[in-house]
Design a protein around this ligand. Structure first.
Ligand code: KPL
Length: 324
């Protein structure tokens, strides 16, 4: 009897707004997609409904049933392997998700990290992962209480590039091209860049600028530029530009204020993920955004006061929410 694992196509790990949206878009584009949930959250099958995404269907909405696998140590014995593992978890869950699902990757497979924040490449490195890419997402995605995912705003894109985990293997440049093609086929606006690490920092610059201030004000992204606190958004984003240099990434050519204004316009009607986390009483990802920026700044003898303040204010709000 043949006991060799069968190779399937795509496993999306993490069933939050991002994971459900990506899984549903790819499934509707004809891909073989499985949605992998964290232990204890498996409900058998899940209905992924996308609302208001006019690239998704005639009336802009669709509902798909997706197969779920419960992740956990048992996946090591699973007789199915996947060409693609798309990690869509919250930043704090990424390490556990890699541990629980890395054995699902086929020999020639590749991991893509879609999560916000810094430090994920280092996590992949500790698990000896060789082929991986970043796929940073700037779509405004909102998970409603009924489980549907709404795309908010007209813009946004996915930017894919290879990550260097120091394995000595060639960078996953071909895989970046392949995933970009697959996403594009599913009507997800996608671009490829040569350096995935630079893209991770660009996204962190945007998240440090938008997320904490929008969450503290409780406002939609589109309302930020007109607010007096927008100066703080710009300050935090500019700090990230300065700190990135310590990581060997030069973002200084970017007009941070314009980049923030553009993303606020593209995702105008979205409540950013940090605000969604606070609303739902979940811990936010700011430890992996502002917190990481502060730590990297300190290790380089720098200061990042705006990121420090914003990170602390969001943490205070998390604690207030948790106590209520
Ligand atoms: O990444 C996001 C988030 O909410 O985390 C943006 C792109 C800012 C959309 O709100």
């Amino acid at each position: 009897m043949d006991k060799s694992p069968s190779t399937r196509d795509i496993a999306v790990v993490g069933a939050g707004a991002l994971g459900r949206w990506i899984a549903a878009r790819m499934a509707s584009g004809g891909a073989d997609v499985s949605l992998v949930t964290r232990p204890g959250t498996n409900t058998g099958t899940t209905s992924c409904s996308i609302v208001g995404d006019h690239t998704a269907g005639e009336d802009g909405s669709q509902s798909l049933l997706l197969q779920e696998i419960t992740s956990g140590p048992a996946t090591a014995f699973c007789n199915e392997k996947f060409r693609w593992l798309l990690l869509c978890t919250k930043a704090r869950d990424l390490e556990a998700a890699v541990r629980e699902t890395k054995d699902l990757i086929a020999v020639d497979g590749c991991i893509a990290v879609l999560s916000n924040g810094l430090g994920h490449t280092e996590t992949l490195k500790t698990f000896g992962i060789e082929r991986c890419v970043t796929a940073s997402v700037t779509y405004g995605l909102f998970a409603a209480e009924d489980g549907s995912v709404h795309r908010c705003g007209d813009g946004g894109e996915v930017v894919i590039g290879p990550l260097d985990t120091g394995s000595g293997e060639p960078l996953a440049t071909e895989q970046s091209e392949e995933l970009a093609r697959r996403f594009t086929e599913c009507s997800i606006a996608t671009r490829v860049v040569a350096d995935g690490t630079e893209q991770v920092w660009r996204k962190v610059m945007l998240n440090a600028g938008i997320n904490p201030v929008a969450a503290l004000l409780g406002c939609k992204n589109g309302d930020l530029p007109a607010h007096s606190a927008f100066a703080l958004c710009v300050e935090a984003a500019r700090e990230v530009q300065g700190v990135a240099i310590a990581a060997g990434v030069d973002l200084t050519a970017i007009d941070a204020e314009q980049a923030l204004r553009d993303l606020c316009r593209d995702t105008a009607t979205n409540r950013c993920s940090t605000l969604q986390d606070l609303d739902a009483g979940r811990p936010t990802e700011m430890e992996w955004v502002c917190g990481s920026v502060v730590r990297i700044a300190e290790s380089d003898g720098q200061e990042a006061p705006a990121n420090r303040l914003l990170g602390a204010l969001v943490r205070d709000m998390e604690m207030t929410q948790a106590a209520s």
